[in-house]
Design a protein around this ligand. Structure first.
Ligand SMILES: NC(=O)c1ccc[n+]([C@@H]2O[C@H](COP(=O)([O-])OP(=O)(O)OC[C@H]3O[C@@H](n4cnc5c(N)ncnc54)[C@H](O)[C@@H]3O)[C@@H](O)[C@H]2O)c1
Length: 322
C-alpha cells in the first residue's frame, strides 16, 4: 500500500478532507489537484504548516501526473448545493466536471480506488462504472456514511451513550429519500428501541420521526448558518480513505453501482460494504421490515432515474466535444 492519497478539488470539502487526512495514520502523502492551482497550492501550504506540529503526511499541490501510484483518489471537484437546490439539481453541472476528472485520473492511476464526495454523490460511481469501465468496488460514493455518523451521534445524545456504542446505519440515497434502518439498529446486543426503554429514554414513533427528519436535513441546516458543509464530509472522507489505505476491512454504509436491487435495475444506493485496500466488497442487504424495504426500493428508483439522466448527459457532453 502506497499511503498516497490524491484529492481532486481543493475547495471547502477537499481542504477539510486533506487537513483531516494529514493527521490520519497510514497516510504518508497527499496530492491536491484543482483547476485553480493557486488555491490548491495555498491550501497545501497551510495544511502542511499544521502537519508540521506533529502530523506525518507530506502534502503538496500537483497535477494529474502526480497521482500515479495513489491508493485512493478522492473526487470533490464541482459546484455545491445552493439554497433551495436538491443534490439531484447538481447533476447536470457536476456530471461534466466528474467525467473530465475521471478521464485524467484513470489515465495515470487506472488501479486506484475512487472515492466520490461530489454531489449527487450516488450518481458518480455509476458514471465511473458505466462510462469508464471501472469495477464497481473501485468506484465508491461516500453516500450515507456521513448520514450514518449523524444518525449514530443523534441517537447517542438522545440515549446517553457514546456514539461508538450505537450500531445503526442510514441506507439508500444520500439525500431526501434516505432510509433510517431502525429495525437493524442495536445497542448492547439488543434492538435499539428495547435498549431505549430499559435505559429510561423510550423512543416512540414521533421521537423516531423527529430524529430521522433532523438527520435527513442536517446538511441544509448547516448550510443555512455557515454557507457550506465541509467538516462532517471531511471527517467522512478521511475515515473511509484510512480504511482503504490501511486495508482495515471495516463496514460502512457507502454507495456502489448495482445492476439490480429490490427489483430496481442500474442503481447506486448506500448499503453496508466491507472496505479495504481493493475498495468496497459487494453490498450487503440487511434484513428490512416492510416499510424500510418499500422506502429503500423508492430510494433505489430515485437513483436509477438520476443515473439514467446523468449517463445521457455524459453521452451528450461526449458528442458535443467531438
Ligand atoms: N457527499 C457529501 O456528503 C457532501 C457534503 C458536502 C459537499 N459535497 C459536495 O462536494 C462538492 C464540493 O463542495 P465544496 O464546498 O468543496 O465546493 P467548492 O466550490 O468550495 O470547491 C470546489 C472545487 O472544485 C474545483 N473544481 C471545479 N471543477 C474542477 C475540475 N474540472 N477539476 C479540478 N477541480 C475543479 C474548484 O476550483 C473548487 O476549488 C460539491 O459537489 C458538494 O455538493 C458533498
Amino acid at each position: 500500500m502506497s499511503g498516497k492519497v490524491g484529492i481532486i478539488g481543493a475547495g471547502q470539502v477537499g481542504a477539510a478532507g486533506a487537513y483531516l487526512l494529514s493527521q490520519t495514520p497510514g497516510v504518508r502523502e497527499i496530492v491536491l489537484v484543482d483547476l485553480d492551482h493557486a488555491r490548491a497550492r495555498s491550501e497545501a501550504s497551510d495544511i502542511a504548516h499544521a502537519a508540521a506540529f506533529g502530523g506525518a503526511a507530506q502534502i503538496s499541490a500537483g497535477t494529474y501526473a502526480d497521482l500515479a501510484g495513489a491508493a485512493v483518489v478522492v473526487v470533490t471537484a464541482g459546484t455545491s448545493l445552493k439554497p433551495g437546490q436538491t443534490r439531484l439539481d447538481l447533476l447536470a453541472a457536476n456530471i461534466h466536471v466528474v467525467s473530465s476528472v475521471l478521464e485524467r485520473v484513470l489515465a495515470v492511476a487506472p488501479e486506484t480506488v475512487l472515492l466520490f464526495a461530489t454531489n449527487p454523490v450516488d450518481v458518480m460511481p455509476a458514471v465511473a462504472v458505466r462510462r469508464f469501465g471501472v469495477p464497481p468496488g473501485r468506484a465508491i460514493g461516500t453516500g450515507c456514511a456521513l448520514d450514518s455518523a449523524r444518525f449514530r451521534d443523534r441517537l447517542a445524545r438522545q440515549l446517553g451513550v457514546a456514539p461508538g456504542s450505537v450500531h445503526a446505519n442510514v441506507l439508500g440515497e444520500h439525500g431526501d429519500s434516505e432510509v433510517m434502518h431502525w429495525s437493524g439498529a442495536q445497542i448492547a446486543g439488543m434492538p435499539l428501541t428495547r435498549f431505549a426503554e430499559l435505559h429510561g429514554h423510550p423512543l416512540p414513533p414521533e421521537a423516531r420521526d423527529a430524529i430521522a427528519q433532523e438527520v435527513r436535513t442536517s446538511a441544509y441546516r448547516i448550510k443555512e448558518g455557515k454557507g457550506v458543509s465541509n467538516f462532517g464530509i471531511g471527517g467522512c472522507i478521511a475515515r473511509l480513505a484510512r480504511a482503504i489505505v490501511n486495508d482495515e476491512h471495516v463496514v460502512f454504509s457507502v454507495s456502489t453501482f448495482m445492476e439490480e436491487l429490490l427489483g430496481v435495475q442500474d442503481t447506486c444506493v448506500s448499503l453496508p460494504h466491507v472496505l479495504g485496500a481493493r475498495g468496497a466488497s459487494r453490498p450487503f442487504l440487511p434484513p428490512l421490515d416492510e416499510l424500510e424495504a418499500a422506502a429503500l426500493r423508492h430510494s433505489a428508483s430515485v437513483l436509477h432515474d438520476a443515473i439514467r439522466a446523468g449517463l445521457e448527459a455524459t453521452a451528450e457532453v461526449g458528442r458535443d466535444e467531438r
